[in-house]
Design a protein around this ligand. Sequence first.
Ligand code: AMP
Ligand code: ZN
Length: 113
Amino acid sequence: MCLFCDIIEGKIPSTKVYENEYVYSFDDINPVAPVHTLVVPKKHFDDIRDMASSEEGALYMGEVIKGISEVAKIKGLDTGFRVINNCGEDGGQTVMHVHYHVIGGLKLTEKMI
Ligand code: AMP
Ligand code: ZN
């Protein structure tokens, strides 16, 4: 069982922002900024290392980037935003279905840590 697979399949409700054949995007349940939206591939990959290990993963990665760009347009993030991917335990990943955080709607600082 994977939480984000269940969200993609509609078994668990989410606030959809964007969807196409390859990606699903929804608002984070615990936002850290005025805009905090997640973009996930519709096919399950554990993390970016898993995605990088196949041609199909590379295809999905390209689609994820397009999805991020669409989300930024939909959310009106014309002056910029931040994209974050937490990878693995030490990277702070808590849901093991690769996902990208699109964060914006405020002036972000240049430094993250
Ligand atoms: P990460 O820590 O990078 O794995 O991010 C997981 C993100 O998923 C966190 O920001 C959570 O707030 C978010 N999240 C967990 N459950 C849900 C849910 N049911 N709907 C939307 N976002 C969720
Ligand atoms: Zn999954």
